[in-house]
Design a protein around this ligand. Structure first.
Ligand code: APR
Ligand code: PHB
Length: 404
């Protein structure tokens, strides 16, 4: 079967769905192709912190109603070390805040919006292959049911995550890869337990990092630094709660409230970037081009920033304003990507224990505590953290807003 569209989007994660949404508002056609099922894509457990500019974009483009009703607005975070919690007041330092709203909720809202437009969104497609993007007529071939489809398009957006097919389709030798793998992972849980802190707590302890987060007034999200190849079965619920209490608990008696654990998983920690993020008429966005370690929660926010730049560049091209923004896509995005990489690496290095058999392990721990002590006592230090955490400025216009 042969079909046509303007932009073929591979992947229905946050990047692909948000791109489809923005393109729709610009009046640009797209087809979204996803190889997993809809429930899988919605229920996949991921991070849950949105930068202010992502929230503003969702609200301004009509997909922010539930976020405004159910999202939790946070004015800062806590850093905990040496038995004490220290507040970093984002609102006071930057005038901005962050929002707690699960990535799966964002995905659910974007799928609903897509369905409302009647534009194509195909789940459980197979054998997606991209071709012809070095010329004028790219194609995406895929199998849906038993039927082989050929989708002709003007452009392809590779929003298919770290394990997708778009990045490997780049010609050999074109991509430079920058990577750093960390010698630890995060064991994450979701529990039916009322959050006992109104804001997130990032803790450095001599037994390792821990993070207190939440999803709603009745659900707590917690993480523990663990070995990257940890066998999750050795972590009983009792052991997890005991370790969380030890690492997060402070001298004033604060600790997370316990409750039934209903989800457990291990997240690897990797910093990864490819350059460039485009080749001819194929553009990578989100995790297909870059991943960050989760400390600082930049993954989803960076994906949203990429597709905002890409949608605007497509609009400029289609509305006769020229192709300069499209040509500059990779360069524009990579500036933000590298700043987010730096921030995520810095937060990760400051808050995690390196291998304990390393010669400088004891020195490093004391140095990290000193860094946290300096940071929480310095307005300049806290402002730097706050500016990066709430999201660096994003000045790309949105569909329907200021248009020269
Ligand atoms: N064909 C079609 N779809 C594919 C293919 C393929 N060959 N390979 C992967 N996909 C789909 C995945 O199933 C997934 O739904 O592409 C989607 C990519 O989504 P994500 O991995 O969520 O990546 P992205 O949309 O870039 O989101 C950014 O932010 O919180 C972070 O890492 C987290 O996923 C998050 C990211
Ligand atoms: C989360 O709530 O899942 C979360 C919060 C902050 C992070 C990472 C993940 O840095």
């Amino acid at each position: 079967m042969t079909e046509h569209t303007q932009v073929a989007i591979i992947g229905a994660g946050p990047a692909g769905l948000l791109l489809g949404h923005l393109l729709h508002l610009y009046g640009i056609d797209s087809v979204i192709l996803e190889n997993r099922s809809e429930p899988y894509v919605i229920e996949r457990v991921r991070a849950g912190v949105l930068e202010q500019h992502v929230v503003d974009m969702m609200v301004a483009t009509g997909v922010g109603d539930r976020l405004q009703r159910q999202g939790l607005r946070h004015g800062g975070v806590y850093l905990a070390f040496d038995g004490r919690r220290h507040h970093i007041d984002f609102e006071e330092l930057t005038g901005k805040s962050i929002w707690i709203y699960g990535q799966n909720e964002v995905v659910r809202d974007l799928i609903d919006a897509r369905r409302g437009t009647g534009r194509p969104l195909h789940f459980e497609v197979d054998q997606v292959r991209v071709a012809g993007f070095d010329g004028e007529s790219p194609t995406v071939r895929y199998v849906d049911g038993d039927v082989e489809h050929t989708l002709h398009c003007d452009y392809i957006a590779g929003c298919d995550g770290f394990h997708g097919v778009s990045r490997p389709a780049f010609p050999k030798g074109l991509l430079s890869t920058y990577e750093r793998i960390y010698p630890f992972g995060w064991l994450g849980i979701l529990a039916h337990a009322e959050p006992t802190s109104e804001e997130l707590v990032y803790a450095l302890h001599d037994r390792g990092f821990a993070l207190f987060s939440m999803r709603s007034p009745t659900v707590t999200r917690l993480y523990l630094q663990c070995d990257p190849d940890e066998d999750i079965s050795v972590w009983s619920d009792d052991r997890i709660w005991s370790e969380l209490g030890t690492r997060l608990g402070t001298d004033d008696g604060w600790r997370p409230k316990e409750g039934p654990i209903f989800q457990k998983g291990i997240t690897p920690m990797r910093s990864f970037v490819v350059e460039p993020m485009q080749c001819g008429r194929l553009f990578l966005a989100g995790d297909s081009a870059h991943t960050v370690p989760p400390t600082g929660a930049k993954g989803l926010n960076l994906a949203a920033a990429d597709v905002r730049v890409l949608a605007d560049a497509f609009w400029r091209q289609y509305s006769g304003r020229g192709g300069a923004a499209l040509e500059a896509y990779s360069e524009t995005c990579l500036k933000r990507v590298w700043k987010a990489q730096r921030f995520s690496w810095w937060m990760t290095s400051m808050l995690h224990l390196g291998p304990q058999d390393a010669p400088f392990a004891r020195f490093d721990y004391r140095r990290q505590v000193a860094e946290l002590d300096y940071l929480t006592g310095s307005r300049a230090g806290m402002t730097s953290l706050a500016e990066n955490y709430v999201g660096l400025p994003m000045d790309v216009p949105l569909p329907g807003l200021v248009r020269a």
